[in-house]
Design a protein around this ligand. Sequence first.
Ligand code: ADE
Length: 331
Amino acid sequence: MRVSFFIAFGTIRFMHYIDIHNEIRNWYRRNGRDELPWRQTDDPYKIYISEMMLQQTQVKTVLERYYFPFLKRFPTLQSVAEASLDEVLYAWQGLGYYRRARYIHETAKIAAPDLPTDVESLVKLPGIGQSTAHAVAVFSTHAPVAVLDANVKRILYRFFAKERTTPKELWQMADTLLDREHPYEYNQAMMDIGAMVCLPKAPKCDTCPLSSRCQGKEDPLKYPAKKAKKSRKSVVTHYLWIEKAEKILMIKRHGELLGGLYELPAVEVAPEGLKPIAQIVHDYTHFRRIAKIYRLENDAVEGEWIEKKRLDEIAVSSLEKKIFKALGIGD
Ligand code: ADE
């Protein structure tokens, strides 16, 4: 019925991939990760939280450490809206890219009690881009839209044998290949195929459900063209460990990058005559931080005194967690 409709209007591109759609669906039924908890619900809020977490964090980490505790603490969008930003950041700590937690809080304040499920309303909310909006819409209501995460992009580059494209062209490719009859399974399958089959360095083309029509399968590593590797810069930062009566001096950050999180006071120049009590190497996406920590008696620095035994009750970044651990504090 649907097919003849498209043919009648000359839009045969949609039926063009019926064979591939069947292959993908069959593959998903046999191999898909449908046990993932965000695939066991149609609650747009839970799907949204999973998508925000999965934007920059691996499935394993989200699954094992963050998804359930976050939803236990914040079971509904309304509960996020009623909480302070500090509370949301606290539940997010360690996940990195804290801007995501701030966006969730802002979104909750705007949209509570319920997250919308249509793409047009979703993309208007802070921090929800086209792909996340599509993911929430398709996974909660089976809307016929394509998700375009990094894994899916790699499949598309290879399937259409493109070494480079523009974002617009990528969306066109995603839209062309989309299975509009079964968008839910198609999109979940594409993410799984990207994560399990169409791997960056060792694609398993012989088990890939797209291989019969994949234009890049003769030389998959050619697609997409490799970007010139930028060398990661190293930055040395000197942190102060100022302790008084079982309390530590910490500073609450403001601004975009790690706003809302507590950190140790930092100085540009190493304190004179002191040797670091610990040194930590911490990698971010674009640079490496070498953190040197110095114990100081002086308390001329402005900040908040946090009881040592309460350090695990404030939101801190992974770097601070590493520092605490190196100094034998907490778990
Ligand atoms: N990454 C983003 N969304 C995902 C999903 N629904 N399943 C697995 N990985 C994902």
